[in-house]
Design a protein around this ligand. Structure first.
Ligand SMILES: Nc1ncnc2c1ncn2[C@@H]1O[C@H](COP(=O)(O)OP(=O)(O)OP(=O)(O)O)[C@@H](O)[C@H]1O
Length: 257
């Protein structure tokens, strides 16, 4: 039987009188790469924010590993094995790659970054940061200031810092936004290989690029105006003109293979 990791159960999220998510339900099981798609304003970021504990749903529930995690908050959830990255990456330009990965890991765990720690603790953390950096192909960049990284590398540093907590599931909000088309495949391949090497069991990604979805997703969840309108494998998604018309606008011929 497939193991269910995360369940969105009739999740509703409002901003004042505006309903951004309306009774959204779906499951994420072990081994899946789930793409969340939909037009601008459909509620994709709101969904990621609600599933990762940043927002409390107004109705419904979020179940992780069989237990409600509603109200736990992102740090507690990250420590429990559910982590996320952000659409817009904030890196401190003067920090090195190694420092940024470490700071991100501490922030997600709700800790503060302390330079002075017992040597043993520091060594363990440093080894962990270096192992994660290596999985992302960043071992040779540890002392590089973040300011001189490409946009793609900044995204990888952000995702790497989330993976230092060794989550079972990671939610990625537009991991390839702002990256040139030529680099998108490299970024996706690097992050999927690193996730596998570091023990991530499932990924959820908000993604607009249909070719990437066709290549890498195992399932597509479609939102429109806050409602779930599709939940199917990529093959079925790209061959359903009504779904494509509702969620994407036109059939991307390259995605059909
Ligand atoms: N803090 C907020 N207050 C009020 N309305 C908001 C807030 N955040 C988002 N919204 C609205 O909720 C709806 C869903 O927004 P959300 O950012 O989740 O959509 P999205 O699918 O991620 O869009 P995009 O593809 O443009 O990033 C939009 O209409 C947006 O304007």
């Amino acid at each position: 039987m497939t193991e269910m990791l995360l369940r969105a159960f009739e999740v509703t999220k409002r901003y004042g009188a505006f309903t951004a998510l309306s009774g959204v339900s779906f499951d994420i099981t072990k081994g899946e790469v789930v793409a969340v798609v939909g037009p601008n304003g459909a509620g994709k970021t709101t969904l990621v924010n609600t599933l990762s504990g940043l927002f409390l749903p107004d109705e419904g529930d979020v179940i992780f590993e069989g237990r409600s995690v509603k109200g736990l908050g992102p740090s507690a959830l990250a420590l429990r094995g559910l982590a996320r990255s952000f659409q817009l990456v904030t890196v401190y330009p003067s920090f090195t790659v190694e420092e940024m990965i470490a700071v991100g890991a501490f922030a997600r765990a709700g800790e503060t970054f302390r330079l002075l720690k017992p040597a043993g603790v520091y060594r363990r953390e440093r080894d962990e940061v270096r192992e994660v950096a290596a999985a992302f192909g960043l071992a040779h960049r540890l002392t590089t200031p973040c300011a001189s990284l490409s946009q793609g590398e900044k995204k990888l540093v952000d995702i790497a810092s989330a993976l230092t907590l060794r989550p079972r599931l990671i939610l990625l909000d537009e991991p390839t936004s702002g990256i040139s088309s030529a680099d998108k495949d490299r970024i996706m391949e690097t992050l999927l290989a690193a996730a596998e090497r570091l023990g991530v069991e499932s990924l959820v990604l908000v993604e607009h690029d249909m070719e990437l979805i066709a290549r890498y997703a195992t399932r597509v969840v479609g939102l429109k105006a806050g409602s779930l309108v599709a939940d199917m494998p990529p093959d079925a998604f790209f061959r359903d003109p009504e779904v494509i018309d509702t969620l994407v606008g036109k059939v991307p011929h390259n995605a059909l293979g």
